[in-house]
Design a protein around this ligand. Sequence first.
Ligand SMILES: [Zn+2]
Length: 96
Amino acid sequence: MQVGLSKGKIYTVRDGGITCHLCGMTSYNRDDIREHYCGNCKVFLDTVTYQEAQRLHKTPVVLRMPQTTHPSGGVYAWVAVVLGILALALFVLFWR
Ligand SMILES: [Zn+2]
């Protein structure tokens, strides 16, 4: 099942229920429907970020991103991620 994350629509409200496209669960809780909340994912589906959606989704999210033409682009992305984690670790260490 494709998830229309690009449209920011990751739920469907119909037939008196709300279906979460991340986990596939349908809730008939009135509060869930009103607030667009998934009790299974424990997120408000209107405000869920792309990262959260990827983490919560039970099957791999199809990325609708243009294929990188430079193979090294992926490496730079990973370096950026590692540096970010290191910076966060240092921040936590020095904060204490
Ligand atoms: Zn869900």
